[in-house]
Write a protein that binds this ligand. Structure first.
Ligand code: ATP
Length: 615
């Protein structure tokens, strides 16, 4: 399969995805004390829990060597001396210690789980709040997949780090130290042998975990390719079927699935090769110690007896066991740190702009909007709007017309404060829009777009989105005022009908009406509307037009106009071309002038009164 990667769909996809894996996507980060401190500080709100957890960790770190030490002591003492009473007492003490060890383990795990969950839940909510406050530009320049991955896999890595790595490593380290002290006490020469063997075991372990980690990362990447393709294919089924691409897509998916299967096998192969090797490695070390221990006992005049060697062996196994555990914990720690670093970088990212310290609260907004010599570009040096000036008085309707890409949506983006003007100023009721408090502007500004987003839930839930406290009666009242109560009430379960994912169970006209109702319930002073160009039957279109007129009445409205009937009733029509206003006036004034608009008008009138998308 690798051979044909250059030409296969998987190869193309993999190369595209690999290019995207930049420094930000590194799976591991070196140990960074600042980051560890910050992660540790994130447990501060749960200080009491953390204190008890640390206590449980230390208790367990002492209990484990104590259990082993007790066995060694019973063998060396009562068993060697044939003291039956001593043996019974030793067994009893062992059982009591074992029970207490398990009780401590229960609490250690419970506390660690609770602490990890609390930290992750807090971090997840903070991230969610933060992401929601980011300006539109951030969403245009950041891949959604990456944001989702922060909220899922990175948080899971951090959870593992908080719940396991630190506390498990602490238990293992203290256990190793106690075992080392005991070994030193039994026999210092044998202990030196252990000290020489330990780094070898550690290095072999590290090598294994590094290989495993790389294989795991590749496996996860191949899995994310499988899931991403699956999601895209399901969402795009309609397009796939209409172009008859099912077989081609299935072939591509099969390649991705086979690729993932291969990476999975590679992980298992690495584990299958190394785990026996690691075990053999420890057993070889034990054989060396056995040889050295036996030699020490047999050497005439040696202070080491059989009891010391037995005790030493117990402690040696207690010393070697954590090396492998620490190896995997170390690996997990690096992964958790990489996740934490990305999460904190996202949390620390300050929005390019937000509310200024003395932000103005306009309550209520009258709806007087002015553009004064406004220029704007999404990218520096690429202006899409140039020196735009106009005024919309409260209650007026402004229609924006022009060829595709002429800048209509960009004007709307500036009114909604999704972006900031590069030059010039946008004023709302005489105040620079950048100085307005975000909430006070957005609560009084409504938007109805062509592709409106509907959340999962019922029709009523979606209408209530703009005014959560509204009851069903208020919703019905809004529908009556829009003269469309019957259309939404006729749905299978009326207002309680589920809209399906993205509104998939509603027709285009029903969706548009729902969005009108959502905007009307919020009762905004300024309304932004991108008229639908979808072909809707003439009956529904007439209803939509009537509803639209009720919605607009008494509000300042900006309409990206695609219907001649809308343009005709606009107080002002702005004709855009290449980011500039090339003509302005009412429909009849512009027609009489015989300029760009009258040229466009011939096109509108020819398509049943609907402006084609290109105009
Ligand atoms: N997020 C963005 N990043 C970079 N450039 C953009 C972005 N959105 C729009 N543009 C560019 O800005 C210019 C104006 O686009 P805009 O969407 O305002 O045009 P429009 O008149 O609304 O077009 P349409 O009628 O097709 O919706 C276009 O050249 C477009 O490519």
């Amino acid at each position: 399969m690798r051979g044909c990667e250059k030409t296969s769909a998987v190869g193309v996809l993999k190369r595209a995805l690999t290019r995207q894996i930049d420094r930000e996507d590194e799976r591991q980060r070196p140990l960074d004390l600042g980051l560890i401190r910050r992660l540790f500080a994130s447990t501060d709100p749960w200080r009491r829990q953390r204190f008890w957890l640390l206590l449980a960790v230390l208790a367990r770190a002492v209990q484990l060597p104590a259990l082993t030490g007790l066995v060694a002591a019973v063998i060396r003492g009562p068993i060697a001396a044939g003291d039956a009473g001593g043996i019974a007492l030793g067994a009893l003490a062992f059982a009591a210690l074992a029970v207490s060890t398990q009780i401590v383990l229960h609490f250690r795990q419970k506390l660690a789980l609770e602490l990890g969950e609390a930290v992750v839940c807090d971090l997840r909510c903070r991230l969610f709040r933060h992401i929601q406050s980011m300006p539109m530009r951030w969403f245009h320049t950041n891949r959604i997949g990456r944001v989702v991955s922060r909220m899922t896999s990175d948080l899971e890595d951090v959870r593992a780090g908080v719940q396991d790595v630190f506390f498990v490593s602490l238990v293992q380290l203290v256990q190793m130290l106690i075992a080392a002290a005991a070994m030193l006490w039994y026999d210092s020469v044998l202990f030196l042998t252990v000290l020489m063997l330990a780094p070898v075991i550690w290095l072999i372990n590290r090598h294994f975990h590094r290989l495993l980690s790389t294989a795991l990362r590749d496996m996860r990447e191949s899995f994310s390719r499988v899931t991403a393709t699956l999601v895209e294919s399901v969402v795009g089924t309609r397009v796939t079927q209409s172009f008859g691409r099912e077989a081609e897509n299935s072939r591509m998916f099969a390649e991705l699935a086979a690729d993932h299967c291969e990476w999975n096998t590679r992980v298992l192969r690495t584990q299958g090769t190394f785990l026996p090797l690691l075990e053999l490695n420890s057993q070889v070390c034990m054989a060396i110690l056995l040889l050295a221990g036996g030699y020490r006992v047999l050497t005439p005049g040696s202070a080491t007896d059989i009891g010391d060697v037995v005790g030493f062996f117990f402690m040696a196994s207690l010393f070697f066991a954590p090396i492998s555990i620490l190896g995997s914990q170390y690996n997990q720690a690096l992964t958790a740190l990489a996740g934490a670093e990305r999460l904190y970088r996202l949390l620390d990212l300050q929005p390019e702009w937000g509310d200024v310290p003395d932000a103005v609260v306009l309550q209520p907004i009258r709806g007087h909007v002015q553009f004064c010599e406004v220029s704007f570009g999404y990218e520096p040096g690429t202006p899409v709007l140039q020196r735009i000036s106009f005024e919309a008085r409260p209650g007026q309707m402004v229609a924006l017309v022009g060829q595709t890409g002429s800048g209509k949506s960009s004007i709307i983006n500036l009114i909604a404060r999704f972006y900031r003007a590069t030059e010039g100023v946008v004023l709302v009721d005489g105040t620079d829009i950048c100085r307005l408090q975000d909430q006070s502007l957005h609560r009084q500004l409504g938007m109805v777009q062509q592709q409106n987003f509907l959340f999962s839930g019922t029709v009523a839930d979606n209408i209530r989105f703009g005014c959560p406290e509204a009851d069903d009666e208020r919703i019905r009242d809004v529908l009556r005022r829009l003269d469309c109560e019957d259309l939404l009430e006729s749905l299978p379960e009326g207002l309680q009908t589920s809209v399906g994912e993205g509104g998939s169970s509603l027709s285009a006209g029903q969706k548009q009406l729902l969005c009108f109702a959502r905007a009307m319930l919020a009762d905004p002073a300024i309304l932004i509307l991108d008229e639908a160009t979808n072909s809707i039957d003439s009956g529904t279109e007439a209803r939509l037009q009537r509803s639209l007129e009720s919605l607009i009445c008494g509000r300042t409205s900006f309409v990206v106009a695609h219907r001649l009937s809308t343009i005709r009733r606009a107080d002002q029509v702005l004709v855009l071309d290449g980011g500039r206003i090339v003509e302005r006036g009412t429909h009849s004034e512009l027609l009489a002038a015989g300029g760009v608009y009258s040229g466009l008008h011939a096109g509108f009138a020819g398509v049943g009164g609907t402006v084609p998308r290109a105009a």
